[in-house]
Design a protein. Sequence first.
Length: 151
Amino acid sequence: MGKMIKVVRVEAFLMPTPPYVPVITCHLEDGRQFTLYYVPYEIVIAINRIQGEKYDVERESVFDVLPMVTGDLKDKLKNRIKAVYIDYLNKETMLYTATMEIKIDGAIVRRRMIPSHAIYLALLSNSDIYILDDLVKQQEEMSSSSERREL
């Protein structure tokens, strides 16, 4: 694994202009940002609820209900989930993958996950989140090249 940059704050929102894309922005310790687009809308709502915002929805998802039923499960999650690392981009599908490190019987087990789901679990358990620096650089390069094409 290459150099990892720690996430210090997570924002989840809908882009303010059509087509109102659900987004998670990870604010990094070095001042940069890393953004995941087209994440599940339910995760955006759930992350905001974890962070104390009020949302009225017609039907709740498992992500909304989980914090209500966890109780001491949060402590168990914190003891189990060591960290989340967003560490891979499939260049064919352009989908990111996260690795979650989970402590089980003294061993560390790594599971590949959908990044938005892994971020949600990390926030729920107060676990650390990291982004591979190479992915941040790639995203910055893609963004700046698309901006140049628009000019």
